[in-house]
Design a protein around this ligand. Structure first.
Ligand code: FE2
Ligand code: FE2
Length: 286
């Protein structure tokens, strides 16, 4: 089996993305979603129901009385926090796949994923971009999911890649292409296809390092994921060597008309939102 075939087999072995979460995302995509409909979708999954109630009753929210009905908890949390809870719950299981040699890496990668998703949300909000929030959060959260497969299957080659990046001659993605013939974005696209995600998300994941190659209709989304990825690294949520070799976001910043001062505001907003999202996702911030 060639390395690519091996990787494709590994992609096939990836756990499915939970149907309940995908259905809930579809319901939440409608700004006028019906709480009853959403509760009907969620209640079939006991673990999800429990996690929603747990978050609602956590010290973070400090509610004066215990909430025990799913309906009440759904209303209380609202679309934004539900989205974060459901998506991060589903994605964390995929990112935290036991991976003996890379436990630090897995943690770093997961925080990087969350930071990228939060950055994307903050950018969308502050620039008032007309992009579906579910699509954006999902694509940003999962943009590096290909690295999960790669780090599990090509551990020895992974070190060659790291060395090449540390030598300063290539970005992480260029080094992957040189060593493997493909990169984590290609693999991520394949995983998103396997999960039957919409084309917008598949594209944004597959081209998050080369947004100019994305089909025009998905270009803005892909650029936003690419920029959020770079900014997340810039504010300290990178993954080791990856962080040293992120390039080319100046142009995207210009496109969004983000000035230096705008950047400062953005970083502040990001830090606030990141703290909140880490509470919701049950993650230590650093
Ligand atoms: Fe990446
Ligand atoms: Fe990334």
């Amino acid at each position: 089996m060639s390395l690519m075939e091996e990787i494709i087999a590994a992609v096939d072995d990836m756990p499915p993305f939970p149907q309940v979460v995908q259905r809930a995302m579809q319901a939440l995509a409608d700004p006028e979603y019906e709480v009853v409909g959403l509760v009907d979708i969620l209640k079939v999954d006991q673990a999800i129901t429990a996690s929603i109630l747990k978050l609602c009753n956590s010290a973070y929210f400090g509610l004066p009385r215990k909430v025990s009905s799913l309906r009440e908890a759904v209303v209380y949390l609202g679309a934004n926090q539900l989205r974060q809870l459901l998506l991060s719950g589903a994605a964390s299981k995929i990112f935290e796949k036991p991976n003996a040699g890379y436990t630090v890496f897995a943690d770093e990668l997961w925080r990087h994923a969350l930071a990228t998703a939060v950055m994307a949300q903050v950018l969308r909000q502050s620039r008032r971009l007309n992009i579906n929030e579910n699509t954006l959060f999902t694509a940003a959260l999962l943009h590096d999911v290909g690295k999960v497969v790669l780090s599990n299957f090509v551990a020895d080659k992974y070190r060659d890649i790291e060395k090449m990046v540390e030598g300063g001659e290539s970005s992480f993605q260029e080094a992957e292409k040189k060593v493997l013939g493909f990169d984590h974005a290609d693999i991520g696209g394949k995983i998103a296809e396997k999960w039957e995600f919409p084309q917008s998300i598949i594209t944004a994941i597959a081209f998050h390092h080369e947004p100019a190659r994305a089909a025009k209709e998905f270009r803005v989304l892909t650029e936003l994921v690419a920029l959020s990825n770079n900014l997340a690294v810039m504010v300290g949520y990178g993954t080791g060597v990856d962080g040293l070799a992120c390039r080319g976001h100046g142009l995207l910043l210009k496109k969004l008309k983000i000035t230096d001062q705008g950047m400062e505001e953005l970083v502040m907003l990001f830090q606030l939102e990141m703290a909140k999202t880490c509470e919701v996702a049950g993650v230590d911030e650093d």
